[in-house]
Ligand binder design. Sequence first.
Ligand SMILES: *[C@@H]1O[C@H](CO)[C@@H](O)[C@H](O)[C@H]1NC(C)=O
Ligand SMILES: *[C@@H]1O[C@H](CO)[C@@H](O)[C@H](O)[C@H]1NC(C)=O
Ligand SMILES: *[C@@H]1O[C@H](CO)[C@@H](O)[C@H](O)[C@H]1NC(C)=O
Ligand SMILES: *[C@@H]1O[C@H](CO)[C@@H](O)[C@H](O)[C@H]1NC(C)=O
Ligand SMILES: *[C@@H]1O[C@H](CO)[C@@H](O)[C@H](O)[C@H]1NC(C)=O
Ligand SMILES: *[C@@H]1O[C@H](CO)[C@@H](O)[C@H](O)[C@H]1NC(C)=O
Ligand SMILES: *[C@@H]1O[C@H](CO)[C@@H](O)[C@H](O)[C@H]1NC(C)=O
Ligand SMILES: *[C@@H]1O[C@H](CO)[C@@H](O)[C@H](O)[C@H]1NC(C)=O
Length: 902
Amino acid sequence: MASSDFWPLCALLSLAVVQGKQYALPLPVPEIVRVYSDGNDIHDFGVWKMNVEWRDNFPVGNKPEPVTYDVEIFHTEQMRLVHKETIEDPMGTHRWSWTSPLPLQCTSHSVRLRTRHQSHTSEWTPLYTLKGKDIDDSSESNIYPQDYVARVGEGIVFCCILKKQSHAGFSPPPFTIQISNRTYITEPVRHDDVSSVSGFDILCDYTGATYFIGYAPDDQNLTCETRDLNSVECHWIPGKTGKSRMFNVQYKVNGRNCSVDRCVLDDSVDKGVMNWTLIAKNSLGEKMISDVADPKHRVRLKAPTITSAVLVHARNATLEWQWGEKSKLNSFPMICQVEVNGHTVQETFNGSGLKSLVLTDLQPFTGYSARVRCGSYEHFYKWGDWSTLNTFSTKEDIPEAVDMWMQILNGHTYVVWKSLTANQSHGIITGYELLLGSTTDEPKEHISKATNEHCHKVSAKRAEGDYFMFISAKNSAGISPPSKITIPNLQSDGGIIPDHISGLNDSFSISWDPSPNSSCGYVVDWFPTYSTEQCAVKWMKISSGVSNATIYSDFENGVKYTLSVYACTSGAPQLLQRREGYVKELAPVGKVQNLTAEQHGKDIKLSWKDMHEEEKKGFILGYNVYYKHSSEDQKYDILMASIRDPSVRTHTLSILRSGNYIFKVKAFTSAGEGPESDVYRYVDQQVYTMVSSILIVLGTLACIIAIIVLFCIKREWLQSKLYSDTPKPVFSGEWLTQDFHHCYVMDKILLSESEVLMVENPEPCLQVVPQVQKAQQEVDLKSKDPPWTRYYNDVCDPQTVSPLTIDLSYTEVSSPGIQNPTYNIPLSLPDDANLVLGYMPQIQNGDNQLQPCDVKFVQMDSAGYQPQSQGSSQTTEIPNETSLPLSTASVSSSEYLLHQCL
Ligand SMILES: *[C@@H]1O[C@H](CO)[C@@H](O)[C@H](O)[C@H]1NC(C)=O
Ligand SMILES: *[C@@H]1O[C@H](CO)[C@@H](O)[C@H](O)[C@H]1NC(C)=O
Ligand SMILES: *[C@@H]1O[C@H](CO)[C@@H](O)[C@H](O)[C@H]1NC(C)=O
Ligand SMILES: *[C@@H]1O[C@H](CO)[C@@H](O)[C@H](O)[C@H]1NC(C)=O
Ligand SMILES: *[C@@H]1O[C@H](CO)[C@@H](O)[C@H](O)[C@H]1NC(C)=O
Ligand SMILES: *[C@@H]1O[C@H](CO)[C@@H](O)[C@H](O)[C@H]1NC(C)=O
Ligand SMILES: *[C@@H]1O[C@H](CO)[C@@H](O)[C@H](O)[C@H]1NC(C)=O
Ligand SMILES: *[C@@H]1O[C@H](CO)[C@@H](O)[C@H](O)[C@H]1NC(C)=O
């Protein structure tokens, strides 16, 4: 732009604007002296920094102010401008450096400069070229940079110099940008995380390079403390760097080398406030952090060394430790803390150079582990380190008082006591000492018992009067305070009849009326009622003011326990209450004993004995009586009676056809029936019925004669009586022509020839009351049937001969109407005759409500009958009738047959 044509004008302007400083234009062209890359790339791994040196060629003493330099850098081969900058050179060094985004080896770079003064510039210098490796004739391709170390997230540009120019348009990914005939570069390569130890690899044309990604040091929180008042220890939290060794950090605190996370400085702690500076350095950078403090306010004591000799007693122990012989800590005011069995003791201990402390409130004969830590008392900063754990065992102490009680079993008195628990025994129990005495002046008796003995039988003599017994447990430390019991007079216990008690959820709950005699609470004891084991009693002591207890123990189901409540008094314990019961009842496991069946006339009397107590497993509520006729195809036992009174152990049956029978009796508890006791019996009704027949024939003849006589004498009167509006009993014609010899019927409901209504298994029918009625009332029954009345019935079957009458009662029904077969077909009945019409089974509930019995149909044929449960699948076909209503209405609509069948 400098031209001679404009020179006069420029000179004028220059003179006008810049006064005093005159400079003759044009500006001189600078001269590039040297362009070179940083020389320390001895391995040719890549270099980025280009240095330029020049001269400005101003005449000496004639340099205008200010002067700047424009610089331009090109990729030589393509002459692409890659950098442009105006340099100020305030120091006049004529030196400038530029860092290239890619290694300078990748391609040749050309530099040119010009001088600038205000808007005036000089000519450009000629291009000065720094040669790249792509002009070398290499037989190998090359990648730059090699072994590069970069920060996470930094973009790295790689170049690949192909070995020859042959591959036109060749661009091996990721080398996609061509910058010279042989050189290709990548976009900046970035990584979000550190590389592995071996780094990342990048490949190009059978060659490659490795590079590493990591972080510069980023250490935090430098803290310097003193552990022993002789030195300062600094530590910090190291930051994340990288996995390869080139990321390793060198640490220095105040100029001294350190390990990777701590530094020990032999500084005196008496110099007041200190400034500690950590310099952390690695190949990617450097970090500097400081900590300023007075070391005396930074005392974090080292762990004390506990000496093995600890002074241990039964309930206290002294822990002792050391700080080192010449340690300044031996006079340092400190506060210490102790941890016992994992729990820090609240109380702290302080003193100058503290070296011991006493642990109190320890349990005798117990293992402990304890440790100690200390801190500065005056300027508490932090607790120091814990010492190692020291374990020790306290010494034995005398045992606690023994829990004792007594049991009266089979007329003997036993004193029993419990083992002391580990917490109570305070050592190893070596035995028990018993002392028996009386209020009189008799000599006292000493008895020693071994550790495993917990029972002592009091001699009969002792048990008679005001005797008492002391017991103490022994261990190596001595004997326990004595426990005392006054032995009650044997007679004082008798006479209480135990009430029943039932358990719930494996426990018994018992309550009692508070006793004014109780001075020291109550005792509840319990034992298996039928256990003959001595001292099987267990007990529980209950404080005054409480008058109930729920007892959990190893109660077994089906075992009877006796529970007693005593008032604890200054004298002998006073029995308040006794109960017996089961925590849970089971069905009996035993049979009733000695079941017998005896025939008395037509009656069979069953009787049996109670079962063994241990086999009951619950409170016996009663007995179920069954029978089975063995000669017939009878599949099921027939329940004849359910006796709900455990004290009734006989049952009379008035029935039966001749034949073999099995009678069975099962006791039951609330949990169910036990096993059966059975007895076989042949029932012979022949003899009885023959005698009966003769008597009946004679009676009948007498009646006929009497009727004839009456008929002749009082015909009209009789007519009015007999054929008035009194309803006539209806008889089946068949019945009248039957051979009645073997038939004995009280009453029946005739439904059809093959069906009869009978009563079976009427469990709720506890009391069977014979309903005795006069003849006239009987007849009325036909139309006025009480709804709860049921009838037995039977069929006179000529083939089977022996009809059945089921007797539901467990008490014998003594009625001349049954026993004495002297009645005629009831055309008339004597007024004084008691005819049993039927039974009126009724249950006597608490509210006196009468409940009807179950009624079942029985199909009768020559083979016998089968009970049928209502509506069950066992139902056999009932001929004729499809369904037989069971209601009372249908019963009363049936035909009654009122007769004595002979
Ligand atoms: C680069 O390639 C061009 C065209 O193929 C050629 O003219 C030039 O001489 C080459 N330059 C170098 C330095 O090889
Ligand atoms: C470092 O110190 C600062 C401030 O004292 C604290 O907030 C931070 O939690 C410390 N860092 C760690 C890792 O302890
Ligand atoms: C500190 O460490 C550096 C590098 O490991 C070592 O060259 C130097 O000698 C060390 N200085 C001291 C005082 O140990
Ligand atoms: C501690 O020293 C470092 C390095 O010498 C310095 O940068 C820092 O300001 C100093 N801190 C104080 C509180 O003196
Ligand atoms: C520790 O126990 C022993 C023995 O029981 C006793 O003599 C001593 O006084 C107790 N020491 C302390 C500090 O309680
Ligand atoms: C230090 O010990 C003294 C006496 O031994 C006591 O009175 C004081 O409470 C203790 N101080 C602390 C902080 O425990
Ligand atoms: C048992 O006794 C306590 C205290 O007298 C009373 O609060 C509680 O209700 C009693 N429990 C029963 C079931 O009686
Ligand atoms: C049962 O009979 C046997 C033998 O006849 C007899 O020894 C026993 O005492 C009887 N049992 C009872 C409970 O009567």
